[in-house]
Design a protein around this ligand. Sequence first.
Ligand code: SAM
Length: 280
Amino acid sequence: MSAPDGLPPLREVIAAHGLRARKSMGQNFLLDLNLTAKIARMAGDLTGCDVLEVGPGPGGLTRGLLAEGARRVLAVEKDARCLPALAEVAAAWPGRLEVLNADALDIDPLAHLLPPVRVVANLPYNIGTELLVRWLTPPVWPPFWESLTLMFQKEVAQRIVARPGSKAYGRLAVLAQWRCEARLVMELPPEAFTPPPKVRSAVVHLRALPAPLFAAPPEVLSRLVALAFNQRRKMLRSALRGLGPDIEERIAAAGLRPTDRAEQVPIEGFCALAREVARG
Ligand code: SAM
């Protein structure tokens, strides 16, 4: 049966263009167009939005984003073998899909996109966390994007939405939830992908808040949280010793106990401590 965009089913696209998945490129393709449409819908109303997609591969999610009404899609794909398949998608949606054959870590998306921007991607596992951290730590807030709708390994998704006191709570949770509303919106079994990965996957939706939940200097907070969770089993007073001889007093001044462990400290506590540390 042909798809609503008149393009062939993804299995045919893959066979026609010889797109055998490469592990080195983190390639686990979604071939069910109902599923890619569902993920595109998780991103909210795309009409009137430019969308950045990293790693379109054979274009399943790209087709979902265009069918859901994205004004324009910028799809950044490192593997040149995917370009002919993506050119067919671009031809079916004239003027609405721009494909960049590039490494997503090297490009400046703002040179290609107009606000409002949403980011939607089934990320290659090897650069997923790095891209997320970059998107969460821009030089100014609010960032260039309104929302991020991203597929990760489930374990990474759980770290993004984790609450204080849980094993998964760490740097990613603090960075994500300090300035975003973060939700795990969908779980997928390995069989949803071709080839199936070893682990389950999940989609996380992050909506940028207009301002951080609690005031804090971003760079100090980032450094503090990285240090605190680097030695998550240690008490704050020893994990943060590198921040100065009076760190114990500063921890107390922030309303925390020097004997607390990082995983017990809520985001508000880290922000209070970052303010104390920044006082010089
Ligand atoms: N979006 C497709 C889908 O859902 O079926 C493919 C997702 S697959 C998990 C990840 C995609 O990212 C692959 O197409 C891969 O070639 C591409 N990719 C890997 N590393 C990349 C990078 N550094 N920059 C851009 N794309 C990359």
